[in-house]
Design a binder for this molecule. Structure first.
Ligand SMILES: Nc1ncnc2c1ncn2[C@@H]1O[C@H](COP(=O)(O)OP(=O)(O)OP(=O)(O)O)[C@@H](O)[C@H]1O
Length: 227
């Protein structure tokens, strides 16, 4: 009955010739908040990259937000990414322009034309991450946590069906990590589906949720122990 937002069946994840993960069988449904954990080098980023079309899926089946990863063509990738919101560890904001202009840049690049609607959308997403009053600032004038909140706002611009967050708190101190996590939790409660790769076990304990683990070239669901 459920129609998964992400489904991989017997998929293999490669970096070039190197097999990173095999027999991947994963399903993520609308509204889920799913963690992806695993030691460094076990393939979390490679997995994420396959999902947003940065690495090709050559073996097995993969469907994400109505795109077939196996047959995905280069020219479809921008359209796939419009349905995904991707958040990175290092924020990836454009340093030569203000927060508002960073967000307007994305709207322009994704086909928005109406200036009023664009300004309203920028204000709306900045409000969601509690950054409405900081739109005039340049990225360097913001703290790491604030920059990451802006990056989350940017990911929300086109109402993504799935947010992929690759170590979004990796560069942040524990308190700021919690603040960013609260934003992600709020967004999830409002209906957004989120897959988040993380090393941060403190967050897993504080905000328990479905957890996938990369280990020994495999991904499997782990059940969190209580207490
Ligand atoms: N561009 C690349 N070309 C070839 N191999 C790569 C490339 N990037 C990563 N790898 C290899 O793929 C494997 C998985 O790396 P990946 O970055 O996906 O792991 P990770 O779990 O995300 O690690 P981390 O937590 O450190 O980000 C590693 O063995 C790594 O050396």
């Amino acid at each position: 009955m459920s129609n998964p937002i992400l489904e991989l069946k017997d998929a293999s994840i490669y970096q070039g010739e190197n097999l990173i993960l095999s027999d991947v069988n994963i399903e993520i449904n609308k509204g889920d908040f799913v963690y992806l954990i695993g030691k460094t080098g076990t393939g979390k980023s490679s997995f994420m990259k396959t999902l947003y079309g940065d690495l090709p899926l050559t073996k097995g089946e993969g469907h994400i937000v109505e795109f077939d990863l196996k047959t995905l063509r280069e020219k479809e990738i921008p359209f796939l990414r419009r349905k995904l919101g991707v958040v990175f560890q290092d924020f990836k904001l454009l340093t030569d322009r203000t927060i508002n202009d960073n967000l307007l840049f994305v709207l322009k690049a994704t086909g928005w034309k109406d200036k009023k609607a664009m300004a309203a959308r920028v204000e709306e997403v900045l409000t969601k991450v509690d950054m409405k009053t900081k739109g005039f600032k340049f990225p360097h004038a913001l703290s790491g946590g604030e920059q990451q909140r802006v990056a989350i706002a940017r990911a929300l611009l086109n109402n993504p069906e799935l947010i992929l967050a690759d170590e979004p708190t990796g560069n942040l101190d524990p308190q700021t990590s919690i603040e960013v996590m609260e934003v992600l939790q709020d967004i999830n409660k409002n209906g957004n589906t989120i897959l988040m790769a993380t090393h941060d076990y403190a967050l897993l304990l504080k905000y328990p949720s479905k957890t996938l683990k990369c280990e020994d070239s495999a991904i499997f669901e782990v059940v969190q122990r209580k207490g």
